[in-house]
Design a binder for this molecule. Structure first.
Ligand code: SAH
Length: 340
């Protein structure tokens, strides 16, 4: 059965017609689902009861419920949401000066196996539906009574491993007749699935793509990210260059700093060499220690030095502000505690 919140307005109009209703009923339903963010079809008061019943018989409606909410001193709110099938995912709300941001999960668990990441410890359970990605934003807007104006797909999961649902989510959330979030305010982070980067480029979306690089050479990257065994850095960066050429959107590169592993002067130099001449931005993230993993964050001096070295070579780099450190801020850790 298809999830109603994952459907476009055109698809809902067709569905209405199939159920013997005029097409405009589908448009009304789209507005209830995407703009008024209803949780139950009975809230769609201007739709005939027989239409609501028929919808219930033929479709599902994804809704999330808050299982746990942790609130940080800095205003970060971390949600553990329950899905209709009892699975759990995490989403994070961050109130930045330039507007509030939500970090959205794209899968329950993950099968990419990055060594420093908590989300992948139990593998992948399932993909999230487009409607379940939207629901994370909608329930957070409801709970905080604030408008979300930036979205980063950097929660649990590898978004490009759930590519069709991701693309559908992006189109729905930016639909002028729905939430109407600008695609420029959406960032999707990937560990670097090369064929999917090429496929995403063809969609010509206005989003920012962030690549999790984390190491300047293949050997070191392989010790951190199994995906490095499938694609070399050279071919991954070539796919990113192509993404920039096709979309005109500047790439962002993420680099998590692990003490004594990838945070030396030589690594910064090698990274600068790799990215030389590219119109891009580097985001430095001192690694969030995950109990099961044994990685330690770089010392502050090393992080600052790394940034300085990159800038000396003309590479634009910022250090990601650490938010919610007091509330299991690191990726996938809240869910792990629930599962144990
Ligand atoms: N699967 C996507 C999105 C996941 S998380 C990806 O790999 O990009 C978003 C970012 O957080 C990625 O750059 C990821 O490598 C990084 N990350 C995961 N666990 C981390 C940790 N414990 N400390 C610091 N960064 C981490």
């Amino acid at each position: 059965m298809t999830d109603l919140r994952s459907m476009t307005e055109a698809e809902l109009k067709d569905a209405a017609k199939d159920l013997g209703q005029p097409a405009y009923r589908g448009a009304q339903l789209f507005e209830w689902l995407q703009k008024k963010k209803i949780r139950d079809l009975d809230e769609a008061r201007n739709l005939p009861q027989v239409f609501r019943n028929a919808l219930r018989q033929n479709f599902t409606l994804s809704t999330l419920t808050v299982h746990t909410l942790q609130i940080s001193k800095d205003g970060t709110r971390k949600y553990l949401f329950l899905l209709p099938d009892g699975q759990a995912i995490e989403s994070v709300f961050m109130p930045y000066d330039y507007g509030s941001t939500v970090c959205v999960s794209s899968q329950v668990g993950c099968r990419m196996g990055c060594r420093f990441c908590a989300s992948t410890l139990n593998g992948l359970s399932r993909n999230l539906l487009p409607g379940e990605m939207l629901e994370q934003i909608f329930r957070i807007e409801e709970e905080t009574a604030q408008k979300v104006d930036h979205v980063v797909v950097m929660g649990m999961g590898e978004p490009l491993d759930n590519l069709e649902n991701l693309i559908r989510f992006i189109r729905l959330v930016s639909d002028p007749r729905g939430k109407n979030l600008s695609q420029r305010n959406i960032t999707v982070s990937t560990c670097g699935l090369v064929p999917q980067i090429a496929r995403l480029a063809e969609e010509k979306l206005g989003i920012t793509l962030a690549l999790s690089l984390h190491a300047p050479d293949d050997e070191l990257r392989k010790t951190m990210m199994p995906v490095a065994n499938r694609y070399t850095i050279a071919e991954t960066l070539a796919a990113c260059d192509d993404y920039f050429r096709k979309t005109g959107r500047r790439m962002s590169y993420e680099y998590s700093l692990v003490r004594g592993s990838n945070d030396g002067e030589e690594h910064a130099q090698a990274l600068a060499k790799l990215l030389k001449g590219k119109n891009c931005h580097v985001n430095l993230i001192p690694v969030n220690p995950v109990t099961e993993r044994g990685f330690e964050a770089s010392q502050e001096a090393a992080v600052l030095h790394f940034q300085k070295t990159l800038e000396k070579y003309g590479i634009n780099a910022t250090i990601r502000k650490r938010m919610g450190a007091d509330i299991d801020g690191a990726c996938g850790q809240l869910r792990r505690r629930l599962l144990q």
